[in-house]
Design a protein around this ligand. Structure first.
Ligand SMILES: NC(=O)c1ccc[n+]([C@@H]2O[C@H](COP(=O)([O-])OP(=O)(O)OC[C@H]3O[C@@H](n4cnc5c(N)ncnc54)[C@H](O)[C@@H]3O)[C@@H](O)[C@H]2O)c1
Length: 278
């Protein structure tokens, strides 16, 4: 039987934040990079801490895939220019860009400092702007491409992370605006919005690994099952592949239905979990 080609066979991809916060499980950037490589893409693994991206490279290469590490700070324009140049030099072009870097910080508009605000906007939004700014011209010259932004349900629901939510809201607007501006260049721009997934970054927050918190995170969704970086990666591969050739400007929740229910109807189920424990 003929072997089926991967869904992104022969494509050149950049994944920002392709390492993972140390700890159990897998980050979304790492999972997306591995999943793209499994489907045939060559992947430039970009991370501020190259040793984290090296772990991703080792996994990809052990599976027979192709990847290269680029250490750099994506909040810096010069690093983004070098990142794109490296991808073009290594793989010939850039067909896929995944903007995955991001980190939530808790705070209201009152207690968030100006410094924390600027930092959150830099990590969660400036990285997207700069990576796209340097990649889109290459995609235009190439006749097209696919951009995937890793957003969050925080852009769509209040959760007390004002700077992070504002940045992710900006990402939502960038997704539709770039889809408009570059549709006729053959560039599709989409996003995924993960819900309460369990990743090393989540587990690095004190208390998040506790049994009850884990159960509440799972039970808060309609499916009531745990989600991981791999669930985000499946959606990312679909949206960056030609299977999604007629989809652009979309932010797809990957949240087991968290956004599809009124909190009132979930309250009883969640109370059941916390009552059990007390
Ligand atoms: N984990 C969740 O529950 C959850 C939920 C919704 C959305 N998200 C989104 O998922 C994305 C990240 O997930 P992850 O699990 O891959 O995180 P992660 O922390 O495991 O990995 C992100 C990587 O980005 C790197 N990085 C940070 N700043 C950088 C910079 N300036 N330049 C280059 N690299 C940099 C870090 O070193 C890290 O290795 C974020 O956009 C986040 O908002 C996560």
């Amino acid at each position: 039987m003929a072997e089926r080609a991967g869904r992104v066979e022969g494509k050149a991809a950049i994944v920002t934040g392709a390492g993972s916060t140390p700890g159990p499980g897998v980050g979304t950037g790492k999972a997306i990079a591995i999943a793209l490589a499994r489907e045939g893409a060559s992947v430039l693994l970009v991370d501020l801490y190259p040793e984290r991206a090296e772990e991703t490279r080792a996994i990809i290469e052990a599976e027979g895939g192709k990847a290269q590490v680029f250490g750099g700070d994506v909040t810096r324009s010069a690093d983004c220019a070098a990142m794109v140049a490296e991808a073009v030099s290594a793989f010939g072009t850039v067909d896929i860009l995944v903007n995955n870097i991001g980190r939530a910080t808790v705070g209201t508009v009152v207690d968030t400092t100006e410094e924390a605000w600027d930092q959150a906007l830099a990590i969660n939004l400036r990285t997207v702007f700069l990576a796209c700014k340097h990649t889109v011209p290459v995609m235009i010259a190439n006749g097209g491409g696919a951009i995937l932004n890793v957003n969050s349900i925080s852009a769509l629901r209040g959760d007390g992370t004002i700077a992070y939510s504002a940045a992710k809201g900006g990402m939502l607007a960038m997704t539709t605006d770039m889809a408009y501006s570059h549709g006729r260049d053959g560039i599709r721009v989409n996003a995924v919005a993960p819900g309460h997934i369990t990743t090393p970054m989540v587990l690095s927050v004190p208390g998040q690994g506790d049994d009850m918190v884990t159960r509440l995170r799972n039970e808060a969704s309609l499916l009531g099952t745990p989600g991981t970086g791999w669930d985000v990666a499946s959606a990312a591969v679909f949206l960056t592949s030609d299977d999604a050739r007629w989809i652009t400007g979309v932010t797809l929740p990957v949240d087991a239905g968290v956004l599809s229910v009124t909190p009132l109807l979930m309250a009883g189920r969640l109370r059941g979990v916390s009552d059990e424990k007390s």
